[in-house]
Ligand binder design. Structure first.
Ligand SMILES: C[S@@+](CC[C@H](N)C(=O)[O-])C[C@H]1O[C@@H](n2cnc3c(N)ncnc32)[C@H](O)[C@@H]1O
Length: 387
């Protein structure tokens, strides 16, 4: 890699949560990227610094954006050191840049992750010392988080451009007791009819800290998820990423739709959750787009119209006990299963949900909320014309 400039094409790796590859692929298509290689939990493409800035700022359902810097076969620590040393690290890491190294190893002769990390760190430090003609590498500058990934004796060294995971949008300083990851909440909305039909009302009767209604409002207003947070790449002025960030951010700002009228209802039985949710929404200026109120879902006044209900009721593993969850699912069934026009979407880790709810879902998707295996039960109700 030499003479890196704003036109340089990097090999980009976007990581996703299990089950969300197709949703992220669709997001990439709509951002104009179509040369994609999709595999389990990752999507690869080529792109410039500007593309990397756009991806970080705009992707709602992906986990992180990496650059694959170098890849080689290695079966010994000497080889790992030499091949790492031979890469032109000074083209990437500016003088004074910090370069922590994480690691993972799978089916490889070099199985000690800590030793591999140490060797890679040492090789890079030695190379930078020799290039910058110093006998000490100062690391008080911007962070370049590296990872050595050993897989079947092939070492790949990647650079994390995101910093904090992409789910950290910045609006949720107040999370609920069992908050949904923002990336997953956005995916639930994309996987529902709400994203297809502009006129429908969205209802979340277990809104907690408000993640689903807030992500839905951001989608409808076209507010990019990364407008209000920091990324590691922003500080890589040696590679022109500072300019790329400014450009991509202004592009995203210019696309916000302030005029649309939204119809979103968010309720919860717990007053404190509603206070938190309102606070989170107001951080994005969305407080007037979402009608928040305190209510037991059993007392909600609902009509069998074309609204879309997306929710994650208490799980049992984190809140409440098994018996309570059974009772809650029965009550959910009594309240909602009679509505044949409402589209219903429930995310829960309760495996017997359909049985107690009393109706078989039209589609069931396996998804993970952090490490918790959940199912997304989808009851189509009234389908939009496009489907
Ligand atoms: C798994 S949490 C939802 C988390 C939310 N999606 C978020 O991102 O913060 C479940 C929520 O259901 C609420 N809840 C429990 N029983 C309820 C009931 N009978 N009616 C309405 N809300 C209820 C809890 O207060 C809690 O906030």
């Amino acid at each position: 890699m030499e003479n890196l400039n704003l036109n340089h094409k990097y090999k980009i790796i976007i990581t996703t949560n299990f089950g969300l590859e197709a949703v992220v692929k669709r997001e990439l298509f709509s951002l104009g990227y179509d040369k994609l290689k999709v595999s389990d939990r990752k999507i690869e493409l080529e792109g410039t610094a500007n593309d990397i800035a756009r991806l970080n700022i705009n992707l709602r359902c992906a986990e992180r954006v990496y650059i694959a810097l170098t890849s080689f076969k290695t079966t010994s620590f000497e080889e790992l050191f030499d091949k790492t040393y031979s890469f032109n690290w000074m083209d990437i890491i500016k003088k004074g840049g910090a370069f922590p190294v994480n690691g993972k190893s799978y089916k490889s002769k070099l199985f000690s992750i800590s030793d591999s990390q140490r060797i890679v760190k040492k090789a890079i430090a030695e190379r930078l010392k020799s290039e910058y003609k110093t006998d000490w590498v100062n690391e008080d500058g911007p962070r370049y988080q590296l990872e050595i990934d050993l897989n079947s004796d092939i070492a790949t060294i990647t650079l994390d451009t995101s910093g904090r995971g992409l789910h950290r949008r910045g609006y949720r300083t107040r999370a609920g007791d069992a908050p949904l990851k923002e990336t997953l909440a956005a995916a639930l909305v994309y996987l529902s009819f709400y994203s297809l039909d502009q006129k429908r009302t969205l209802i979340d009767p277990f809104c907690g800290s408000g993640t689903i209604p807030i992500e839905a409002a951001m989608i409808k207003r076209n507010i990019a998820p990364g407008l209000d947070r920091e990324f590691d790449f922003m500080y890589w002025d040696n590679l022109g990423f500072d300019k790329a960030y400014e450009e991509a951010r202004s592009e995203a700002m210019s696309k916000i739709d302030f005029d649309k009228k939204l119809s979103i209802i968010a309720s919860d039985i717990d007053k404190w959750q509603i206070i938190k949710a309102k606070d989170n929404a107001s951080r994005l200026g969305l407080e007037d787009d979402i009608r928040f109120f305190v209510k037991d879902f059993r007392k909600l006044d609902l009509r069998d119209d074309h609204s879309v209900l997306i929710s994650n009721p208490p799980y049992g593993v984190r809140l409440g006990e098994e018996k309570e969850i059974e009772k809650l699912s029965i009550d959910l069934g009594e309240k909602f299963s009679k509505f044949k026009n409402l589209s219903l979407y429930f995310l829960t880790s309760f495996d017997e949900f359909e049985h107690f709810f009393g109706r078989k879902a039209d589609r069931k998707r396996k998804l993970y909320n952090g490490k918790i295996k959940t199912n997304y039960y989808q009851y189509y109700g009234n389908k939009p014309k496009e489907v």
